[in-house]
Design a protein around this ligand. Structure first.
Ligand SMILES: *Cc1c(COP(=O)(O)O)cnc(C)c1O
Length: 434
């Protein structure tokens, strides 16, 4: 469910006509719906309402300061992965004390920054990391709260680049070695064993791998509680969203029309399956969803440059490109693409929808059916709120896109389009070339 819909012929986000946003702020521009994020947060919380729950939004999915502040206002902490992300949480006026620090290569400086700001816990991925964190904590005269990431070795049945819970990828410590890792951790003077963590992958569309992983790890979690008095179990993130029928999935009717065994994962299904497995542990439960929280809460607005008609193929060239939204090029992922102004009297067009970058990979959609569109008309790439702007680059010296947040009938620029001076401001031609 989300708040993007046609009101008459025009695509709206909540009560805002998206063409008005495109006209005022130009394109490419990301637009986010505050109400959709609020709903996603509330549904997740309600879905697991029987538990002592702490939702740590995985901010790598979308770390705009306004988005962070919105989630902080709702009561969320953050799952963060770098010193830069710690600084973003602080800059958003939010608190690091309910946030966890994940990632396989935290530097000493990043560990110190997290400790100085009262991080809730470090999620540790290896034994060398235990040593480093204890060392930094000792230097600061502190005890570092930690949880070890245990790899349950389940197949998340998702794209190879976003599966993380198999034994052959770089994340976590295998279950068989986890007891020894906790014993090692307990011997460090400056570590406090506070929890245990798992995360099996991203864009999961069924609850079965989550259930399998929790069942596999739960007995070990109970042992840790008995032995070390750990306080929490983080089951990670990874809940998938609807990409194919993105626009329609904003309406309850679409969900009702799906056959039960075809229905994408919902927070209600997720909560109903996992709550009974987690409740008996008697621990605080942390959730670290990123994509689910923001993915369907954002779109990328673009403008048509040309309709290039070829012999066997048409190309709709738009002003957004793979540098703005890399998911199709990187993961072959699907984004629904819809016109901002719908005109049912127009002919349908089958075209490749492409950006202006000098790469064949700069293609958002192949042989896509869309109403015929001409130069200057706008369209929206749906489900672009997660891993969109956050993964953008400056390839082809294209500036970072603008970002806008909608709240009811109000909207505001929450990140201005980057300027040429900002892009090149740190570059210098050295004296020996002059
Ligand atoms: C990326 C990541 C998440 C969030 O994944 P989503 O698929 O966006 O929910 C959560 N936890 C960890 C450890 C991650 O690396």
């Amino acid at each position: 469910m989300h708040h993007f819909h046609y009101a008459g012929p025009n695509l709206h986000c909540e009560s805002v006509d998206l063409a008005a946003v495109a006209q005022l702020h130009g394109t490419p521009t990301y637009v986010y719906s505050a109400a959709t994020m609020t709903d996603n947060y509330a549904r997740l919380k309600a879905g697991l309402s029987g538990l002592d729950l702490q939702i740590c939004y995985a901010m790598k999915a979308n770390s705009n300061l306004a988005v962070l502040r919105h989630f902080a206002n709702l009561g969320a902490g953050f799952d963060l992965v770098s010193g830069g992300e710690i600084r973003r949480v602080i800059a958003a006026g939010a608190d690091v004390k309910t946030s966890v620090f994940a990632g396989v290569g935290k530097s000493e400086a990043e560990i110190a920054l997290a400790l100085e700001n009262g991080i809730f816990a470090f999620h540790v991925e290896s034994e060398p990391e235990l040593k480093r964190i204890s060392h930094v904590a000792g230097r600061l005269g502190l005890k570092a709260p930690i949880a070890i990431r245990v790899n349950p070795d389940v197949d998340a049945h998702t794209h190879a680049k976003i599966t993380t819970g198999k034994s052959d990828n770089k994340f976590g410590i295998p279950l068989a070695a986890a007891a020894a890792a906790y014993e090692a951790a307990a011997r460090y003077p400056h570590l406090e064993l506070k929890g245990v963590q798992m995360h099996i992958g991203s864009q999961l569309t069924s609850v079965a791998p989550f259930v399998e992983a929790v069942c596999k790890i739960a007995p070990f979690v109970a042992e840790l509680k008995a032995k070390y008095g750990i306080k929490y179990f983080s089951i990670g993130g990874g809940m998938g969203i609807v990409y194919k029928d993105a626009l329609a999935s904003g309406q309850q009717a679409w969900w009702d029309a799906q056959a039960p065994d075809q229905r994408p994962l919902t927070p209600e299904t997720y909560g109903a399956a996992l709550t009974p497995l987690l409740q008996p542990l008697g621990l605080k439960i942390l959730l670290e969803h990123g994509r689910f929280m923001v993915g369907n809460a954002g779109v990328l607005l673009a403008r048509v440059e040309h309709l290039k008609r070829g012999a066997g193929k048409n190309f709709l060239v738009v002003d957004a490109a793979m540098n703005d939204l890399i998911r199709p090029a990187m993961y072959e992922s699907f984004h629904e693409i819809v016109p901002l102004h719908r005109d049912t009297t127009r002919r349908a067009l089958t075209a490749d929808i492409v950006g202006p970058i000098c790469e064949s990979g700069d293609c958002f959609a192949k042989d896509r059916q869309i109403q015929e569109l001409g130069e200057g008309e706008f369209l929206a790439l749906m489900s672009a709120g997660a891993y969109g702007y956050a993964m953008a680059s400056r390839y082809n010296t294209r500036p970072a896109a603008a970002e806008v947040l909608v709240h009811g009938s109000a909207f505001d620029l929450v990140n201005a389009r980057e300027t040429f001076e900002q892009m090149t401001g740190n570059e210098r031609v050295p004296a020996f070339l002059k």
